[in-house]
Design a protein around this ligand. Structure first.
Ligand code: IMP
Length: 426
């Protein structure tokens, strides 16, 4: 696996943290290429559970260089908390590197995210309210120049940028949202203690990544969220503001597509979504409740209950194509252990026409009718199984269906949260 991108096939929360953590065991470098603390990874090692929002799960492997690259957005207050939490548990974080160019989420971004959501009313996106959209908006707007990670080490520079930003933001806050203006000095004081702590991690991460690929070091690129939350390829406008798809790994880190060897598509055995937007295979209440309870489908970041539904083969096939997947890692297969039969969506019907991939015009998704195949359940626990041959035939058939729908081999099957609860190969 010299260079592998790990990308979510659905709407995020596929269990990428565990898969990255397993791959990180043999990796020299783990890189997060987009997103911010809207993400949440839970990694279980032995009896210890780690919930990470910003820092890639590679941080738990001290010999692995752990990078947050140019395409990420970073809230210094959250980062400082996360580093302190890890240090208290014996992880020094000396292997952490952060791009000097990563954009910084400031308190006014969080405020504006919340105010915009309130103003949208029933049409809200259901964002995590972590300031992600407003921070990426400032990045693309360019002027006045927003805070970037390297700015955090220079008090005067940071103060000047905050003043420039608030000259504009205060007009918006007052005129559009009828909100009090923010005081630049107060904002600075809010951020400065964390900025002082995290600023030292700023560096030229492009150089580290480019040199690592040239030397053939093993690199894992970790995508946050999932394919259908991608700004271009997701269910727009109910998406995040960055590019989780595999192409985002090049944009967000400074390497070209020819430097990538493998793309592992992480696919949960059923479908979930948080926030608003279409979910074609959303299950009826009872079935959704059962999936949510067994799968503990509550947001790692916001604690929100996730909407739950059946596996959507059309979504998976489209994700395999848009990401150029070379393998599939299937997670949470054990959550389906109790079901007698399991519906799998194998196509969409729209006005009498059968579709095998997600329509490009997201509004058409509201008109599709999922076509289901009913697969037999296995009704026994998979949690202690460690080899393909141990899996009951019905579970094997379910996995093979995923390989058939995506056209990509399933090389990892996760049957529980712990590292060892993983079956390799088919
Ligand atoms: P934002 O990224 O906070 O702007 O939220 C935009 C949409 O993406 C909302 O529907 C969020 O619930 C969703 N979202 C953002 N991050 C994640 C994630 O890590 N997992 C699942 N959904 C996410």
């Amino acid at each position: 696996m010299p260079t592998t991108i790990v990308v979510g096939a659905q709407w995020g929360d596929e269990g990428k943290g565990k898969i990255t953590d397993i791959l990180a065991e043999n990796a020299d470098v783990v890189v997060r290429y987009q997103g911010g603390n809207n993400a949440g990874h839970t990694v279980v090692i032995g009896d210890e559970e780690f919930k990470l929002h910003l820092i890639p799960s590679g941080i738990l492997h001290p010999n692995c260089t752990c990078i947050m690259a140019d395409g990420t957005v970073i809230d210094p207050q959250v980062l400082a908390q996360e580093i302190t939490g890890l240090q208290q548990r014996g992880y020094a974080c000396e292997n952490l590197r952060i791009s000097c160019n990563a954009h910084v989420i400031m308190p006014y971004h969080r405020l504006l995210d919340g105010l915009a959501e309130e103003a949208r009313g029933k049409g809200s996106i259901g964002t995590t309210r972590r300031g992600i959209g407003p921070a990426y908006t400032d990045k693309t707007a360019r002027m006045p120049c927003p805070v970037r990670f390297a700015d955090l080490s220079d008090a005067q520079r940071l103060q000047d940028i905050i003043a420039d930003q608030l000259a504009q933001k205060n007009v918006i806050l007052q005129a559009l949202y009828n909100h009090l203006a923010l005081d630049p000095e107060e904002v600075f004081q809010q951020v400065w203690p964390s900025a002082q702590m995290v600023g030292k991690y700023a560096t030229d991460t492009r150089k580290i990544i480019q040199e690592s690929t040239q030397r053939g070091r093993r690199i894992v690129f970790e995508g946050a969220q999932g394919t259908f939350l991608d700004l271009d390829y997701g269910t727009y406008p109910f998406v995040t503001s960055s590019h989780p798809v595999a192409g985002g790994a090049c944009l967000g880190t400074g390497i070209g597509p020819t430097a990538i060897d493998e793309v592992t598509l992480v696919c949960k055995a059923y479908t979930t979504r948080v926030g608003a937007g279409i979910l074609p295979t959303e299950a009826a209440d009872d079935a959704a409740d059962q999936l949510r309870d067994r799968g503990q489908e509550y947001g790692t970041t916001t604690g929100r209950p996730r909407r739950c539904g059946w596996l959507d083969g059309v979504v998976l096939r489209s994700a395999a194509l848009v990401n150029g997947a070379t393998s599939v890692a299937m997670t949470k297969l054990d959550v389906l252990d109790t079901l007698a039969t399991i519906p799998v969506c194998v196509g969409y019907e729209i006005e009498g026409v059968l579709l095998d991939r997600v329509p490009a015009w997201a509004d058409d998704l509201h008109k599709v009718r999922p076509v289901y195949e009913e697969l037999p359940g296995w009704q026994q626990s998979l949690e202690e199984m460690r080899e393909w041959a141990q899996l009951p035939p019905a579970a094997q058939a379910y996995v093979e269906k995923i390989a058939e729908l995506t056209g990509v081999p399933v090389t990892m099957i996760s049957v529980g949260p712990r590292r060892e609860q993983t079956i390799f190969g088919e």
